[in-house]
Design a protein around this ligand. Sequence first.
Ligand code: FAD
Length: 407
Amino acid sequence: MQKCDVLIIGGGPSGSVAACQLLQKGYSVTVLEKLHFPRFVIGESLLPRCNEILEKNGLLELIQRQNYMYKGGAIFINENREEEVVDFSQNLGQKWGSSFQVKREEFDDVLLQEAKRRGAKVYEGVTVTDYDNEKNIVTATDEQGGTERYEARFVLDASGYGRVLPKLMDLDIPSDLKLRNAIFTRIRGERRREGEKEGYIDIVIHDDNNAWLWIIPFSDGTTSIGIVCEESYFENSGLSEEAFLDSVFQKHPYLSEKLADAEKIVPVGRIQGYSAAVKKMYGKGFALSGNATEFLDPVFSSGVTLALQSSDRVAELIDRELRGETVDWQRDYEEYMMVGIDVFREFVYAWYDGRLGKIFYAPKKQEQVKRSISSILSGYVWDRENFFVNNSKEKINTLIKLIGDSA
Ligand SMILES: Cc1cc2nc3c(=O)[nH]c(=O)nc-3n(C[C@H](O)[C@H](O)[C@H](O)COP(=O)(O)OP(=O)(O)OC[C@H]3O[C@@H](n4cnc5c(N)ncnc54)[C@H](O)[C@@H]3O)c2cc1C
């Protein structure tokens, strides 16, 4: 049996950032990762809030050195080819007004290597299969079929879509969001914008918002592209995943032009039913972070931001607990995280039910409204000064009414 202070399940950004912070604080940390890095994972567009958390944990310079694509904002394009440009620098005074587009196999590897450099014991190709909550012992198997047990003072589940502890401890609950799927690939040769907007993410509406697509440009000239829609919308097409993607590329007026010279460079992939939620984000001797807690929807690229925010917060609380303090996990972790998650959740709802489109494409918007939205879409979803943060639903609906009255 191996022993450590903190055992982390999963070496994605959530696991690595928590590991980096805990190592700085002097704890012994072991990370168990099922795959071998670098490994592919979807989710390549970051938000400015990530920079703040990376900076706080001494990781931002490392990321800035990687020559990732500069991301200054997002452009939402409707079927009339009207563009709503969200410029991240036009926020509510927050320090970071830009972010990066990253290939996750590279970004995640940089962070995991840094955790190793700071002293983490990282075992790759090791899958966690069991957890004894009474004794805080995790059991894992390696690729040769060998089994090892790890006793920790605290266990952090950062296993993302693996959802290890939610499954083992019956913490999973269905998401209140509809079952959607994403079909995606990487391409080369699409027509890019010039200048500062080259690195913006495009969010392209298709077929009366029955589907939307992301276009994420990388600094090496390749691009990630994918479509998100309800399962039935894809199934009813009767097409294969690749043919479905091709047919949307050809039919859509904006895409057919933008992708006229583009070619796919990797096989088309698909991920289904990714939205998930949990009954609890913590318990005696353990906590969940990142996608192992709640995952909403990819439309605002919030996943890595929430993963980093939760791991930063959870690492602080683990430190306090291991130093003997009484930690109010409900208030200081779960309720704190839910503030930001619920703001994004309401924006996701407003995106799919069309309320956000009404705001985006309204003929006139006050400067303060534009800045408040930019700040939310930058990931500053805990900023109580922002109009949209407290009671987001009511605020969005009030704005829609004002737009309607003035139209
Ligand atoms: C279609 C789609 C598009 C997205 N686009 C974006 C985007 O543009 N921007 C964004 O920020 N987010 C995006 N996301 C979300 C993003 O993918 C996740 O939020 C992010 O990867 C979460 O990081 P994590 O560290 O929590 O988990 P992960 O990155 O999934 O890492 C978890 C790790 O745990 C390991 N693991 C799993 N099971 C076990 C086990 N039993 N034992 C040991 N290790 C295990 C896995 O191998 C993995 O390496 C998107 C999601 C989807 C579905």
